[in-house]
Ligand binder design. Structure first.
Ligand code: E4P
Length: 216
């Protein structure tokens, strides 16, 4: 399972990249706004740190304007992936860009039919949002499972990028149902390597080591 970081915070991206396990980055307009920085400059900074796919999202709503925005974003670096909303106009833009060989990430996907259409339009990634489905009282993991099944049934090559991940249990379930990629805030990446029994066991090992040193 590939691991992307879901942030526009350059310090978090650098720290995650230093772990040596980072495959890519996703951003969105809210994450960029939170940083209060110039969008294109920040994307360029990120692409200097991470060589894998870096998703940059358009804010236009119509096909032609989406393509114009995408063309500008593609100038930033050769690992930029164009992120488009899973709307009818987004679908059209996905087809246009994918036919040109541009990698597209179709975001805000909330049902398997959207995922099927964007795969038919050649999307490189589809981003179903687990946490936001959970917030409505439904089970976001069902969405990942359904998209996995649809893609496997028909041999679609679009990668399932599980997004809106809130805690490590989401990641365990994503790995079990076969999400291709997960995109995760840095806080959750750190949680992935944490277990209280690891800390407790390590403390016990070190205490025993100190005790035996005193006896020899
Ligand atoms: C995905 O690409 C989105 O940026 C992200 O995962 C949204 O997560 P949120 O629902 O926690 O905002």
């Amino acid at each position: 399972m590939e691991l992307y970081i879901d942030t526009a915070n350059i310090d978090d991206i650098r720290q995650a990249a230093e772990l040596g396990i980072l495959d890519g980055v996703t951003t969105n307009p809210s994450l960029i706004a939170k940083e209060g920085v110039d969008f294109h400059n920040r994307m360029a900074e990120i692409c200097e740190v991470v060589t894998g796919p870096v998703s940059a999202e358009v804010v236009s709503l119509e096909h032609d304007a989406m393509i114009a925005e995408a063309n500008e974003l593609l100038q930033i670096a050769n690992n930029i992936v164009i992120k488009l909303p899973s709307t009818v106009e987004g679908l059209k833009a996905c087809k246009t860009l994918s036919d040109r060989g541009v990698k597209v990430n179709m975001t805000l996907c909330f049902q398997p039919l959207q995922a099927m259409l964007v795969a038919k339009a050649g999307a490189f990634l589809v981003s179903p949002f687990i946490g936001r489905v959970d917030d409505t009282g439904a089970d976001g993991m069902d969405l990942i499972q359904q998209i996995r099944t649809v893609y496997d049934n028909f041999g679609f090559q679009t990668k399932v990028l599980a997004a809106s991940i809130r805690h490590p249990m989401h990641l365990v379930q994503c790995a079990l149902v076969g999400a291709d990629v997960v995109t995760v805030p840095y806080k959750v990446i750190k949680q992935m390597m944490h277990h209280p029994l690891t800390d407790k066991g390590l403390a016990a090992f070190l205490a025993d080591w100190e005790k035996q040193k005193a006896t020899v």
